[in-house]
Design a protein around this ligand. Structure first.
Ligand code: SAH
Ligand code: SF4
Length: 350
C-alpha cells in the first residue's frame, strides 16, 4: 500500500521531530525545519543551507511540500494588499493584508467556498468545495509575512474572516491557531487572533474550552430571529436563544470580550427601531459591536446603508453604553467584497 504523503506544512515542531526520528535522522532537524519554513519562509529543502545536501535531497524525495502561490496581487494606495492565492490542487482563496495604526492584520480564508449560504455574501454562492488544511491556513500568513518582511514590517494580527466558515473546519482551525502561536515559528499571541463565525453554537462551546483565548467575532447582523433567519440560514439551527448563551459562555470562560459584527443593509436591518432591539439583546453583555459597511455583491439584491443611517444607528447603540464602532473601509479602490476576486477568476476560467 502506498504511504500517505506527509503534510509537512501542517506539522508542529514535535510532529516534525517524531518524523525525523522515524526517518532515522536526528530529532533536532524537525525543529530546524519548522523554524526555516515559518521564520525564514523557506520555499524548498534546498534553502536549508544548514543541512547536508544529501539530507535536502532525501527530504525532497520523501516529503515534498509546496507553498501557496499568488495568482493576483492588488495593492491599494493605502497599502491594503489583496492576494488571490493558488493552493497545491489548483483551488484558490483570498488573503488580505490590512494596514492599521498598530501594524498589519492579515485576513485569512478557512475553506474553498462556504456552505452557510448567507444571503449577502459572495463566498457562499457556489457552496464549499473543500476545507483548507492547517498548513494551507498557516501558509497564507507565511505569504503575508514574506511580503511584509520585504517592506521592513511584519504580521501583527491574524483574523479568520476571509472565505469560509472557520468553525465548520474546526480541527484544522484549532491546529492552525496553535501553530501560529508556536514561538519557533510566527509566535503570534492568541490575543492577536480573531475567529469570526456565523454562529455554529456547539463549536463555540468547544472553542471556549480549548485553552486558546482568541477573540471571538460573531456575525450577528440582526437582533431578532425573524430578520436574522431571512439573512442567514444558520439561524434556523442556532437561533438567538441558543447563540447568545454560547457567546456568554465564551466570554466567561476565556475572559475575552466578544465582538458582534453587524452588516449595515439599507432598509433591511438599519432602522432606529432595530437599533433599539439590538440594544435590548446585548444589554449587560460585555461586548463590542462592529458596524460593517456592506460591499455590494452583484448576485445579491441589497444596497449598503447610507452613512447618515449608519451614524444614527451607531449613536443609539453607544447612547446605551454599548461599545460600538464603524469599521473603517480600507483599500477602497480594490474593495470587491471578500470572495468576489475568487469568484470573478472562476467565472473567467469557466
Ligand atoms: N464565515 C465567517 C467568517 C467569514 S465572513 C462569518 O460569517 O463570520 C467575515 C465577515 O464578512 C462576516 O461578518 C460576514 O458577514 C462579512 N461579509 C460577508 N459578505 C460581506 C459583504 N458583501 N460586505 C461586507 N461584509 C461581508
Ligand atoms: Fe460563509 Fe461567512 Fe459568507 Fe456566511 S458570511 S456565507 S458564513 S463566509
Amino acid at each position: 500500500m502506498d504511504q500517505e504523503p506527509y503534510d509537512i506544512l501542517s506539522m508542529g515542531p514535535l510532529e516534525l521531530s517524531a518524523l525525523f526520528t522515524e526517518l532515522q535522522e536526528p530529532r533536532f532537524r524537525g525543529q530546524q525545519l519548522f523554524e526555516w519554513i515559518w521564520r525564514h519562509q523557506a520555499q524548498s529543502y534546498k534553502e536549508l543551507t544548514v543541512w547536508p545536501k544529501i539530507l535536502q535531497q532525501k527530504m525532497t524525495d520523501l516529503a515534498p511540500f509546496s507553498r501557496v502561490q499568488a495568482i493576483h496581487t492588488q495593492v491599494a494606495t493605502d497599502s491594503t494588499t489583496k492576494l488571490l492565492l493558488r493552493l497545491d490542487d489548483g483551488n484558490q482563496v483570498e488573503t488580505v493584508l490590512l494596514p492599521h495604526p498598530y501594524g498589519y492584520s492579515v485576513c485569512v480564508s478557512s475553506q474553498v467556498g462556504c456552505n452557510m449560504g448567507c444571503h449577502f455574501c459572495a463566498s457562499g454562492i457556489l457552496g464549499r468545495k473543500r476545507n483548507l488544511t492547517a498548513g494551507e491556513l498557516l501558509d497564507q500568513v507565511g505569504y503575508a509575512q514574506k511580503i511584509l518582511a520585504s517592506r521592513g514590517d511584519h504580521v501583527s494580527r491574524v483574523d479568520l474572516m476571509g472565505i469560509g466558515e472557520p468553525l465548520d473546519n474546526y480541527q484544522a482551525m484549532v491546529k492552525f491557531i496553535r501553530l501560529l502561536h508556536e514561538p519557533r515559528g510566527l509566535g503570534l499571541s492568541y490575543r492577536h487572533m480573531t475567529v469570526s463565525t456565523s454562529g455554529l453554537v456547539p463549536a463555540i462551546y468547544r472553542l471556549a474550552d480549548e485553552g486558546i483565548p482568541v477573540t471571538l467575532a460573531v456575525s450577528l447582523h440582526a437582533p431578532t430571529d425573524a430578520l436574522r433567519l431571512a439573512l442567514m440560514p444558520v439561524n434556523k439551527a442556532y437561533p438567538l436563544d441558543k447563540l447568545m448563551p454560547a457567546c456568554r459562555y465564551y466570554s466567561e470562560t476565556t475572559g475575552r470580550r466578544v465582538t458582534f459584527e453587524y452588516l449595515m443593509l439599507d432598509g433591511i436591518n438599519d432602522s432606529p427601531v432595530i437599533a433599539d432591539q439590538l440594544v435590548q439583546l446585548l444589554r449587560g453583555f460585555p461586548c463590542h459591536v462592529n458596524l460593517i459597511p456592506w460591499n455590494p455583491v452583484d448576485e445579491h439584491p441589497f444596497q449598503p446603508s447610507p452613512m447618515n443611517r449608519v451614524r444614527r444607528f451607531l449613536q443609539i447603540v453607544q447612547e446605551h453604553g454599548i461599545s460600538c464602532t464603524i469599521r473603517k473601509e480600507l483599500g477602497q479602490e480594490i474593495d470587491a467584497a471578500c470572495g468576489q476576486l475568487r469568484r470573478r477568476e472562476e467565472e473567467i476560467l469557466r
